[in-house]
Design a protein around this ligand. Structure first.
Ligand code: RET
Length: 280
């Protein structure tokens, strides 16, 4: 869709800025997860590590999206467009949101698996849930990935693959809801509450992705929306990215830290012991 539109300077810049915000948020998140990892006891630490992995992969993909956005369109003095204006002028590439789906195939399994490190599950259940989360997550993404190729050319297939993807999405939400609400009973009060917040955060922020998927469809129904459709879509993606990756990771870290403290883990003491051992 993006390649068919022309953008006013403001619309073009808003999208650059949104992508930059996303890139910066991932960089900030990375520093946070690396520096606070040791504040939770070792059994919770894989959660922060996975957040750091998500930050690196999202940082790279969003950085590429930004560079691609900047090189795909040319300015003719009035609008930005693909090879716009003067005859014979070509831009260096086109713009595609498809890269995001490939990034999700790394991030979604990580985000889902992360939860399993912070909540108590038996080893058997851990393996079973991990398998189901990863399989359903990948199927959700790849069916959506196929669908997005039809966003302009064939609304029927576009909606069909979107619907198939939604079946997997609903299954993931069901498993996640079950996991959170059944396993949080024994958590300390503060962590119990945070798990509730995490549920709403997932429900809302993840649902922004299918809404972004539907933007081209809505744009075809209301062409007067014009390039604001593309701005809206990047806005939805950026909000979804910041909340589903960074804020989610921070909340899980907070649960991990509360639980660690409740179990008597003290990061400062660990540092002293390590320091002592290292100096001998
Ligand atoms: C698609 C296709 C249309 C239907 C649905 C989708 C769901 C996407 C989701 C993506 C979540 C991504 C996350 C990424 C974080 O890094 C594939 C857009 C339901 C839920 C959490």
């Amino acid at each position: 869709m993006e390649n068919l539109l022309t953008y006013s300077p403001v619309q073009h810049q808003l999208i650059s800025h949104l992508l930059t915000l996303g890139v910066s948020a991932m960089a900030v998140g990375f520093v946070y997860f690396i520096t606070t990892n040791k504040q939770s006891s070792p059994r919770f630490q894989p959660s922060s590590t996975l957040s750091a992995v998500v930050m690196v992969s999202a940082f790279l993909i969003l950085g590429l999206q930004l560079l691609e956005w900047l090189s795909a369109f040319a300015f003719d003095g009035t609008v930005w467009g693909l090879g716009v204006g003067t005859a014979g002028r070509f831009t260096e590439s086109t713009f595609s949101n498809g890269y995001r789906y490939l990034n999700w195939s790394i991030d979604v399994p990580c985000l889902l698996a992360q939860m399993l490190f912070v909540i108590d599950v038996t080893p058997g259940r851990f393996r079973k849930l991990r398998f189901r989360f990863i399989t359903a997550g990948l199927l959700m993404i790849y069916t959506g990935y196929i669908g997005q190729y039809f966003e302009i050319t064939n609304t029927g297939w576009f909606l069909f693959w979107g619907a198939v993807s939604t079946v997997f999405y609903v299954y993931i939400l069901y498993m996640m809801g079950n996991l959170i609400f059944k396993s949080r009973e024994n958590l300390p009060r503060q962590a119990y509450k945070t798990m509730g917040t995490i549920w709403w955060l997932i429900l809302i922020s993840w649902t922004l992705y299918p809404l972004a998927y539907l933007v081209p469809w809505a744009w075809k129904a209301f062409p007067a929306w014009g390039a604001w459709a593309a701005v809206t879509r990047q806005f939805l993606y950026t909000m979804a990215d910041i909340f589903s990756k960074v804020v989610y990771g921070v909340l899980l870290s907070s649960v991990a830290q509360t639980r660690s403290a409740a179990e008597g883990y003290e990061p400062a003491i660990q540092v002293q012991i390590d320091g002592g051992a290292a100096s001998r």
